[in-house]
Ligand binder design. Structure first.
Ligand code: ADP
Ligand code: MG
Length: 336
């Protein structure tokens, strides 16, 4: 049974980034306005996410990391109007299976926080009072300690550095879509990236991408019967060096504020963007942009991959058509 748990957990928790993503989502679901992420040895020795959210009630603690426990939905109908990032109760339990987890938490009602040490099946091994203020801090140590092959994957310095960069890209995505959020990322006790609270998406973009890039982006907002598209796209004919990148890391696509990887939407954005430029200048580049597509929660299925980065849109054709129409109205022509 232990082996089965280890294997299924390693599909939710595939990397340091996926740990950070799950913990970040929990912090945001808890209403946090401030989150600090700390990595030690690229996150392999320790990854810690601390928030100022609502905390975990003492009564929920024994089950918080039990598989399929979630405080977020209570019926199938809730799934149809999902407004939280989490809903399956799988993350915390999965992380426990592949690392050593402690959770320190305090709700408003409690005077002192409690630190829980969890075992590999998510049960509480011990608990003690702690000095942490309100909110929750989850510490994940010795990631993949029991999965030498997975650990081996991160043995090259290049892979490990790439992992920290991916964590930063992920945090940037959350920073942009949640402007009011204060965020820091520290690696080996050095703050490598931070973002203060911002008033709106534009200021959040400036804080993450820089003012000169944002000066070359155009706010877009389009309401349709079934969806709303909004964001910031490169101005027609904008300076390529400021508004494109050789990787897709700065092409921030969200569906209902969830950072997603949607190949077909990305392809469409690239085609229309690069078609404006003569020659091959933009052929192999990705536009720097923010696009958030808001659809009715019931037309979105987040359960496609264990890590929730791929989603299934029931009205995908309509969404693609709307994105295409937006791009045509902005850039003025159909690429071949
Ligand atoms: P899910 O997010 O799908 O509910 P998780 O395994 O990620 O499942 O978390 C299990 C439960 O633990 C959540 O439903 C929530 O009640 C609690 N929890 C986890 N992290 C936090 C946090 N940072 N703040 C408050 N509650 C949390
Ligand atoms: Mg969760």
């Amino acid at each position: 049974a232990d082996t089965v748990r280890l294997l299924s957990s390693s599909q939710v928790v595939t990397s340091v980034v996926s740990v950070v993503k799950e913990l970040m989502e929990n912090s945001l679901d808890a209403g946090a306005s401030s989150v600090d992420v700390k990595l030690e040895n690229f996150g392999l020795d320790r990854t810690e996410v601390r928030d100022n959210g609502c905390g975990i009630k003492a009564a929920d603690a024994p089950v918080m990391a039990v598989r399929h426990f979630t405080s977020k939905i209570s019926s199938h109908e809730d799934l149809e109007r999902l407004e939280t990032y989490g809903f399956r109760g799988e993350a915390l339990g999965s992380i426990c299976a592949v690392a050593e987890v402690t959770v320190t938490t305090k709700t408003e009602e409690e005077d002192v926080s409690t630190q829980y040490t969890l075992d590999s099946s998510g049960g509480i091994v011990s608990q003690r009072p702690s000095h942490l203020g309100g909110g929750t801090s989850v510490s994940v140590a010795k990631l993949f300690g029991k999965l030498p092959v997975r650990r081996q994957f991160f043995s090259s310095v290049r892979k490990r550095k790439e992992e920290v960069r991916k964590v930063q890209d992920l945090l940037m995505a959350f920073a942009i879509i949640k402007p009011e959020l204060r965020l820091t990322l520290a690696h080996n006790k050095v703050v490598v990236w931070q973002k203060a609270r911002a008033a709106d998406h534009r200021s959040a973009l400036v804080a993450t991408l820089g003012a000169s890039t944002v000066a070359n982006l155009l706010p877009v907002h389009q309401e349709q019967p079934e969806m709303v598209l909004d964001g910031f796209l490169p101005k027609p004919g904008a300076d390529l060096s400021l508004t494109s990148s050789s990787t897709s890391d700065k092409t921030f696509i969200f569906i209902n504020k969830r950072p997603v990887q949607q190949k077909d939407i990305l392809k469409l954005l690239r085609q229309h963007h690069s078609a404006q430029y003569p020659d091959d200048a933009a052929r192999h580049r990705f536009p720097v942009l923010l696009l958030n597509i808001t659809v009715c929660p019931s037309s979105l299925d987040v359960n496609v991959t264990p890590d929730k980065t791929q989603v299934l849109l029931h009205n995908k054709e309509a969404v693609l058509a709307a994105v295409e129409a937006l791009l045509v109205s902005l850039y003025g022509f159909h690429p071949e």
